[in-house]
Design a protein around this ligand. Structure first.
Ligand code: HEC
Length: 170
């Protein structure tokens, strides 16, 4: 009987240990994977026309970022954005025809993320990844992402911040 109780105690202890795994280590640029299910996420903004760049963009935000963000506090830890970039051809009247998917940009924020970024390019705890349509990493430099999103600090480094909260308020 004693043996059985001891065996039980050991297996319970082992179970508890495997449940108490340390949290995953913080990520840096290029390490945030393309989320497989992002097309099921809420739309952040849709059909953004970039005539000069000959692109159309679709932006998704994950359910946590959507439901737990506020205009006052910004976006919580665990937020992720996915931005699809489609190439587009201009029509004579200036409108755009959507072409193929060219790239997929991802940005996410969590506690301690982006710690290895240069001090002058720290965007809070946001990190950046860029993918090709086949899911392979693209060669876009995270330094460029950071440089362009850095001045957006008052808006939690999110470019279309006001537009999104305006849309949600309607
Ligand atoms: C030239 C400036 C510039 C660079 C470089 C840039 N971004 Fe952005 N980013 C923007 C702007 C402006 C928007 C708003 C959407 C739009 O107008 O295209 C945006 C939007 C986004 C969004 C949607 C959320 C938001 O902020 O509105 C993500 C995700 C994103 N960028 C990721 C990246 C990643 C990843 C890189 C680098 C691979 C990158 N960006 C490089 C300017 C830039």
């Amino acid at each position: 009987m004693k043996k059985i109780v001891l065996g039980l105690a050991i297996s319970l202890a082992a179970g508890a240990c495997s449940m108490m795994q340390p949290p995953p280590p913080p990520l840096n640029d290029g390490e945030l994977a393309l989320p497989a299910d992002y097309k099921t996420w809420p739309k952040f903004l849709s059909n953004i026309q970039k005539a000069e760049a000959k692109q159309i963009r679709e932006i998704y935000v994950n359910p946590k970022g959507h439901s737990q963000s506020t205009r006052e506090a910004g976006f919580p830890y665990g937020t992720q954005f996915v931005m699809e970039i489609y190439s587009a051809t201009p029509n004579a009247d200036g409108t755009l025809n959507r072409g193929n998917l060219a790239k997929v940009f991802v940005m996410g924020k969590d506690k301690g993320w982006g710690a290895n970024a240069p001090e002058s390019l720290k965007n809070g705890e946001w990190i950046y990844s860029a993918y090709l349509p086949d899911g392979k990493a693209s060669s876009d430099s995270p330094v460029a992402c950071r440089g362009c999103h850095l001045p957006l600090a008052p808006k939690d480094f999110v470019a279309r911040y006001d537009e999104y909260f305006d849309k949600r308020a309607k």
